[in-house]
Design a protein around this ligand. Structure first.
Ligand SMILES: Nc1ncnc2c1ncn2[C@@H]1O[C@H](COP(=O)(O)OP(=O)(O)OP(=O)(O)O)[C@@H](O)[C@H]1O
Ligand SMILES: [Mg+2]
Length: 472
């Protein structure tokens, strides 16, 4: 099927020249003379590439790009700029476009750029297909916010290009998922995808882990070892937390990027490697560069295709779709009965700020499904996230709080003049009384349900309720 190119330009003769050149090269074309016609074409057809004059008579180029992307988020936009267009307009438009051409338009450049833009579009479409609900869950990425549309677009570009990619994003925003998607949609898909967490390895080991070593390279190197780069040969290497890479090792990595060969530690021989590099970082490397803990030259070598994942609180419109995705994933994984989600839950989860980003949301849903015994996810299943203004995101933090409360109580008990021998009963009461009270509130006083939830015998529960004066 040939690709459909929309030519949006108010210059009649240019429109026809461009259309003729593209048709000769096998493209189908559509022409639009102004913003309104452009939008109509985008709405009515499924164009692959749009050549867009940013000075389109009736329309502001930048706003038009936004409108186009609302209706067709996969098409690659190539902007056409003329002399005299203000630089700021061009810069702003470039950020959202696949590429740009300057008038007078060179035919070879035109065909070259349109051909690359068309493959980027088809890659983006593939990724979207991979992200659609019918598709295999593996590697699925969802979210329709414009920030995520931009991410899909860049993943598509990166997948076809084989260039080095640098992924930025706070913890839990999906950096590794992006790396997997690029690999899976690239020509290297049938070759290895090797992950190295540069932050998790002691600096003494990282060099040999990455580049390997020869026998006797250091005291414990009893036998030679291939490094991750050689393991990833003909595939992709994902260098996570690249900002943590010790400065000595950065020099060696730079060499791999420049020469495409590795030199195992302790050796003199080099080995050629054919590896696509995707690096990720959760902090801005500019600061590290300023502090001289990250090499600037390495940064530029890595930052060929930057992909930035915004924190989840900056794209709240994606939250409902993520909730649906994770719920259906876990329902399937744990073979749970179908479960609904109350609108109140969606509302409250969308209002929450998610400091741990998508990963925190994913974990919250997993926990909620475990807590939920009915057919509906309710706000209380998301305690303590939705209850407290300062969320307890780590279970360890709860332990710490309980520990602090108990310690204070126990110390007070020991220092007081109270008769010894009551401590165990006292502490037990502190926990059991609210525990039973809360569970009973949830079951509307139904003791048989409460004993089921608690996992204790009904008679035991009754005795305790009497003891704590929770029933008469
Ligand atoms: N847009 C998304 N759609 C679906 N799932 C997502 C999305 N973003 C992230 N996830 C899921 O959230 C979890 C965290 O993502 P990932 O591990 O890629 O994040 P990360 O940025 O590498 O985090 P960290 O810095 O903690 O390593 C994964 O289970 C991933 O599949
Ligand atoms: Mg990660």
């Amino acid at each position: 099927m040939s690709n459909l190119v929309l030519i949006a330009d108010d210059d009649d003769s240019l429109r026809h020249i461009l259309a003729a050149a593209l048709e000769r090269a096998g493209y189908e074309t559509l022409k639009a003379r102004n913003g309104a016609e452009t939008l109509a074409c985008v709405k009515e057809t499924n164009v692959d590439v749009i050549l867009l004059d940013i000075w389109l008579g009736d329309a502001n180029g930048l706003e038009l790009i936004e409108d186009i992307q609302q209706h067709n988020s996969t098409a690659s936009i190539i902007i056409i700029t003329a002399h005299g267009t203000t630089q700021t307009a061009i810069d702003a438009a470039k950020q959202r476009a696949y590429g740009y051409l300057t008038k007078p338009i060179d035919q070879k450049q035109l065909l070259d750029l349109v051909s690359r833009a068309a493959s980027a579009t088809s890659q983006t479409k593939n990724i979207k297909a991979a992200a659609s609900p019918e598709f295999d869950r593996h590697g699925k990425m969802v979210g329709q916010s414009s920030a995520m549309q931009d991410v899909y677009h860049k993943i598509g570009r990166a997948a076809v290009s084989d260039e080095t990619v640098l992924v930025f994003g706070e913890s839990g925003t999906g950096k590794e998922l992006v790396a997997q998607l690029i690999h899976q949609n690239s020509g290297r898909v049938h070759n290895p995808f090797v992950v190295v967490d540069c932050g998790a390895m002691p600096s003494s080991l990282i060099e040999s882990a990455l580049f390997g070593h020869v026998k006797g390279a250091y005291t414990d190197a009893h036998s030679p070892r291939k490094g991750k780069f050689q393991q990833a040969d003909s595939g992709t290497i994902f260098l996570d937390e690249i900002g943590e890479l010790p400065i000595e090792v950065q020099m060696k990595l730079l060499r791999v990027l420049q020469e495409r060969e590795v030199e195992p530690m302790g050796g003199t021989e080099t080995h050629a490697v054919d590896v696509r590099i995707i690096a990720a970082t959760n902090r801005r490397l500019e600061t590290a560069i300023a502090q001289k803990t990250f090499r600037e030259d390495l940064y530029y070598r890595l930052n060929v295709i930057p992909i930035s994942l915004p924190p989840l609180h900056e794209r709240k419109e994606d939250i409902p779709e993520l909730i649906d995705l994770f719920t259906s994933q876990f329902v399937e994984e744990y073979q749970l009965p179908e479960i609904g989600i109350s609108t109140e839950v969606v509302k409250q989860l969308t209002a929450y700020d998610w400091p741990g980003n998508v990963r925190e949301l994913e974990n919250a849903i997993k926990r909620a499904l475990v807590m939920c015994s009915g057919q509906m996810l309710l706000p209380e299943h998301f305690d303590p996230i939705l209850e407290k203004s300062t969320p307890i995101s780590e279970p360890g933090q709860l332990d710490t709080k309980v520990y602090a409360i108990l310690k204070a109580h126990i110390e007070r008990y020991i220092e007081s003049e109270a008769p010894p021998g009551e401590l165990y009963a006292e502490i037990r009461e502190i926990f059991e009384k609210p525990l039973f009270k809360i569970v009973l509130e949830h079951t509307n006083g139904n003791r048989s349900k409460a004993s089921d939830i608690l996992g204790i015998n009904r008679n035991t529960l009754h005795t305790k309720l009497v003891e704590y004066k929770l029933v008469s």
